[in-house]
Design a protein around this ligand. Structure first.
Ligand code: AMP
Ligand code: MN
Ligand code: MN
Ligand code: MN
Length: 278
């Protein structure tokens, strides 16, 4: 079975509708896909209907924004009941923070002569505003060459359009996921660039708070990253997940184009009730 347990639709910062995403995944040979939009589950019914039509397995998910030790991390929720009240109350709070942050970002960019909020709103299809929407708007207005350039110049921490935001605490996000019957996965851990001491502390706390797995194979991981996180997953008795983090055609990660998990990992999918080998 070919799994991809991390992807986005236009309900968050992806470029495709859930139905288009399912069609792309199906064409790419993916047999089990998780839709994991940032802080929102509104795309799941449309994805579910499209997946049923082509006989693809859809895993209900979300990617929850978390603040840990002053840094933003992402926790992917898999196999959740999207109707769970605790989960939805938590996500609603994060969307509120997000949308306040977006106002702040728009003001900061405007002070630097970049009035992009109208352009941002043209691109928003769901209930959240993401830095990715700002990046697309900055490119469209000619302030940046491409998304990467927009993040580097204006949107990353320390640059003119960046506004800080306090997200959920890791233990809160994990508690919402568990309340909704899901599994909590630390997303793309290599992206956080943590010192080894901090990384060990994070994994220790993540495990103690009830986290289930880490993304060992990710669209943003090198093979060396995958080997390193496979060994850390074993050390902390965490399952191993794999996901492209697909946002759209022509972006940095392809759907389902993932190498296998390194040997000796305990794959997460049997815990989701998915059968078959990787
Ligand atoms: P936000 O959650 O609104 O702060 O936006 C974070 C999102 O921005 C991530 O989920 C990525 O999709 C995207 N992102 C972050 N850094 C970059 C980058 N350097 N190039 C392109 N996209 C990025
Ligand atoms: Mn994103
Ligand atoms: Mn992420
Ligand atoms: Mn993601």
């Amino acid at each position: 079975m070919r799994y991809d347990l991390h992807s986005h639709s236009h309900y968050s910062d992806g470029m495709l509708s859930p139905a288009e995403l399912i069609a792309h995944a199906h064409a790419a040979g993916v047999e089990a896909l998780a839709l994991t939009d940032h802080d929102v589950t509104d795309g799941l019914p449309e994805a579910r209907a499209a997946a049923n039509q082509v006989g693809m397995r859809l895993i209900a998910g979300a990617e929850i924004s978390v603040t840990w030790s002053g840094q933003t991390l992402h926790v992917v929720a898999l196999g959740i009941d999207p109707d769970n009240a605790a989960l939805q109350a938590g996500l609603a709070r994060l969307r509120e923070s997000r949308n306040q942050r977006a106002q702040e970002m728009a003001q900061r960019l405007a002070r630097h002569g970049m009035d992009v909020l109208d352009e941002v709103h043209l691109r928003v299809r769901g209930p959240i505003l993401s830095r990715t929407h700002f990046a697309h708007a900055l490119v469209a207005r000619g302030h940046a060459r491409d998304l990467r350039d927009a993040f580097r110049r204006y949107l990353r921490r320390g640059s003119p359009g960046y506004a800080p935001c306090t997200w959920a605490a890791p233990e809160e996000a994990i508690a919402w996921i568990r309340a909704a019957g899901g599994l909590a996965v630390l997303a793309h851990p290599a992206r956080y660039k943590l010192t080894s001491g901090k990384l060990l502390r994070l994994l220790d706390e993540f495990k103690a708070a009830g986290g289930h797995a880490i993304e060992v194979v990710s669209g943003s991981h090198s093979r060396d990253d995958a080997l390193r996180f496979a060994s850390l997953a074993r050390k902390f008795d965490l399952f191993a997940s794999c996901g492209s983090d697909f946002h759209g055609p022509g972006t940095w990660a392809g759907l389902g184009a993932l190498p296998p998990l390194p040997p000796d990992c305990a794959p997460l999918w049997p815990q989701l009730g998915i059968t078959g080998s990787a």
